[in-house]
Design a protein around this ligand. Structure first.
Ligand code: ATP
Ligand code: MG
Length: 331
């Protein structure tokens, strides 16, 4: 069986971008592939997090994973920090990555540019893609389903794997990014030139998977459009284009069909429709997630089991890595 790995970091609450660009795309892999779906808490702490909130979000994400259709009896659902092999492999890979390639990562440049002046940039933020390479490579993942923003990191993981394989000997499978067709990049509702991100300061810039219906209606109502006033699918109208993409990703329809059905109609009607489509999609997920969150011990059981399965797989590859670089066998 081919192996799939992907993750979301608990650096904020799960957005519609994460849901459409990542989670929804993960569901379909479960029958055909062996899937590992992770909650990347070690990645979250590359920027300062409120500890209590961080712990709460990890459980919330697990509940959303399951409520969205990830099946813990088929896939391994686990928390990154519960599997120490991620950190251990990350160090070995750090010693096989170079400063130059890490400096070229656009996410690092974007995230450091956004930090307020005089805020120090953690070395963890710089090393982020190496930890992500470890996440992927210690499972020998073939496919990594991510949004387009993470494509560069998956390619780096592939480069590092290739280098390690040729420096030592064949160790890692070379991973490949799998990008969803319609939801490769859901844009920020307030600034459709940048991607929707859960760590954004402006709550109006994103829809959260757990946003109640009235909040979704309000946020979509406030979404930035343009002065053209006609529903078109074009780069000249990035706000409207983004809303069309959201509909297409949820309804599995083509942009042309959406444009055709709004011929002669205005943005108000269009936005009302967008909001209803989102609400209809998220309602069952919210209901199930909120139900799951009332039974913390069940969630603990699921992630404990997941950690055991993930550790078993990851440790095998880690041991190979350690041996190849010349570390003594563990005592
Ligand atoms: P942060 O702002 O903290 O980086 P994020 O919203 O970018 O949060 P990540 O945890 O970095 O979320 O990414 C998790 C997954 O969601 C990745 O596969 C990423 O490609 C995908 N993703 C994130 N934002 C979007 C988006 N706007 N559209 C499509 N996919 C997205
Ligand atoms: Mg991100």
């Amino acid at each position: 069986k081919k192996i799939v790995l992907s993750a979301i970091k608990p650096s904020g609450e799960i957005t519609l971008g994460n849901y459409l660009g990542a989670i929804k795309n993960w569901i379909g892999f479960q029958d055909e592939y062996e899937c590992f779906y992770c909650i990347a808490d070690l990645h979250a702490i590359t920027v300062r997090q409120e500890p209590r909130l961080l712990r709460k979000r990890v459980l919330e994400i697990l509940a959303i994973y399951i409520a969205s259709g990830l099946d813990y009896t088929k896939s391994t659902l686990f928390v990154q920090s519960h599997v120490p092999a991620h950190s251990e492999a990350s160090w070995i890979l750090t010693c096989n990555a170079n400063m130059g390639e890490l400096s070229r990562m656009t996410q690092y440049k974007d995230k450091t540019a956004k930090l307020k002046e005089n805020t120090s940039i953690s070395a963890g933020l710089f090393n982020y893609p190496v930890l992500m390479a470890a996440d992927i490579l210690i499972y020998n993942a073939d496919f990594v389903p991510v949004g387009i923003d993470q494509k560069q990191h998956v390619e780096l993981a592939r480069d590092i794997a290739q280098r390690f394989n040729s420096s030592y000997s064949d160790t890692f499978t070379l991973p490949e990014a799998k990008i969803p067709e319609n939801a490769a990049k859901i844009m920020d509702l307030q600034d459709p030139s940048k991607k929707m991100s859960k760590s954004d300061d402006n709550q109006n810039s994103y829809i959260l998977v757990l946003d109640p219906p009235d909040v979704i209606r309000r946020k979509i109502g406030r979404a930035v459009t343009d002065s053209v006033g006609v529903v078109n699918y074009t780069d000249e109208q990035p706000g409207v284009k983004n809303l069309i993409n959201i509909i297409c990703a949820i309804k599995n329809v083509k942009p042309d069909e959406v444009v055709a059905s709004f011929e002669g109609k205005g943005y108000k009607e269009f936005k009302e429709y967008v909001a209803e489509v989102i609400i209809e999609e998220l309602e069952p997920v919210q209901k199930k997630a909120n139900e799951l969150l009332t039974d913390k011990s069940k969630l603990e059981e699921i992630y404990t089991e997941g950690a055991m399965k993930a550790s078993y797989a990851a440790t095998k590859v880690l041991r190979k890595m350690q041996k190849k670089v010349g570390l003594l066998p563990p005592v």
